[in-house]
Design a binder for this molecule. Structure first.
Ligand SMILES: Nc1nc2c(ncn2[C@@H]2O[C@H](COP(=O)(O)OP(=O)(O)OP(=O)(O)O)[C@@H](O)[C@H]2O)c(=O)[nH]1
Ligand SMILES: [Mg+2]
Length: 194
């Protein structure tokens, strides 16, 4: 499967009719700075589709992109970044919580974990919470280009143990290693409405 087209539809801060039009949503979540927006750009091949930044906390609303006219990619604000202003943090967590755990939209969840750092306490908590929803979850082990070649096998083995029972996709937005498998996984079939 290939991504042939991608376009920004809109940025939203809560429920919106675009989420109810029946197009399956693939939602990207993860720690701030894990590389959610970069992943979207790398998968679509459009460098500036989603805004990325060295500074965590870049994405502050839900950005919806139409992919191949068949799916939405939903870029979400990250969690776990303590330096974000308290008020902003509260708003963002509310938005995330609502979208993932309250709204009943047709979603497949892509959880990004920085492979170089490994799953944080927040990542494991999020993963456990998401499991209770019964939604389909895909875990992307991002930034594997940052791991020394000689350490890579051992690192991936360890991540496999820590994240046992989940579909794991090692990836790098820089080198695009693993892109075919990941795109196939994301666009195959329809996410089940929960
Ligand atoms: N080396 C490397 N750097 C990456 C990769 N993916 C993302 N980055 C870098 O990580 C930083 C954060 O990337 P973003 O895509 O903005 O992260 P985000 O998860 O969207 O962050 P928030 O919007 O703050 O939640 C940027 O400096 C990216 O260039 C990767 O696969 N490899
Ligand atoms: Mg972002």
């Amino acid at each position: 499967m290939k991504i042939n087209s991608a376009k920004f539809m809109r940025g939203i801060k809560g429920d919106n009719e675009i989420l109810e039009d029946g197009i399956p949503q693939i939602a990207f979540i993860g720690r701030s700075n894990a590389g959610k927006s970069s992943l979207m750009n790398s998968l679509t091949g459009i460098k500036k589709l989603a805004r990325t930044s060295n500074t965590p906390g870049r994405t502050q609303e839900m950005n919806v992109f139409l992919i191949n006219d068949t799916h939405y990619f939903v870029d979400l604000p990250g969690y776990g970044f303590a330096k974000t202003k308290m008020k902003t943090l509260e708003k963002l967590s509310k938005l995330l919580f609502w979208y993932l755990f309250v709204s009943h939209h047709n979603q497949k969840i892509v959880l990004l974990i920085d492979a170089n750092i490994g799953p944080t306490v927040d990542d494991i908590e999020m993963l456990n919470e998401l499991e209770t929803t019964g939604k389909e979850i895909v875990v992307v082990l991002n930034k594997i280009d940052k791991i020394k070649k000689s350490h890579c096998k051992h690192r991936l083995q360890k991540l496999g143990e820590q994240l046992e029972g989940h579909k794991l996709f090692p990836y790098s937005s820089k080198t695009k290693v693993g892109i075919e498998d990941l795109v196939d996984e994301l666009l195959a079939g329809e996410a089940v409405d929960k």
